[in-house]
Ligand binder design. Sequence first.
Ligand code: SF4
Length: 201
Amino acid sequence: MSTEKIPLMEAFYTIQGEGTFQGTPAYFIRLAGCDVGCHWCDVKESWDASKYHETGVDEIVLQAMKYPSRHAVITGGEPLLYNLGPLTGHLRKSGFKTHLETSGAYPLTGYWDWVCLSPKKFKPPVGENFEFANELKIIIYNKSDFAWAEKHVRHVGPDCNLYLQPEWGKMGKMIDEIVKYVKSHPRWKVSLQVHKFMNIP
Ligand code: SF4
């Protein structure tokens, strides 16, 4: 696969709704392709990369530069299916801070200012990715996910931000549990998908 072109599902300028940079305007670059298989995934249409065009990284960056923010979020799908060196290198040369949203299921490539690692039970991260995580975000779908979250803490660095985020469809059922858990385990914080409350992408 060419490293200068990658299958782009969509790109859009919006507000980062989750985690440490919640509320920050950012250009989102959603790459197509994912084999992790989360049954609750809200972007299942991203899974099959063959449905999307391979797009030149220069064209992607050109589009990003039309907007005033210089925060770029690379998401998916699972972006680490691809060599992200050319895209992130080009973004940085153009003045962007590069942020990654990944399950960590494949080895890290690219040049990053911020890595959000969100491990999934269905295809766990490769070990070395934990050391690159600036932020660990665990999606809480049911009560057993608190123990799953704790399993990962020992692998990340001491400065890594820790977030518990309710799966959107389980928000009503799990939010009380999450609040209770964070109050008694204060290294964790609550992350909510505030872009969904604002009805923006
Ligand atoms: Fe969906 Fe992300 Fe899970 Fe892939 S890793 S199935 S894109 S939630």
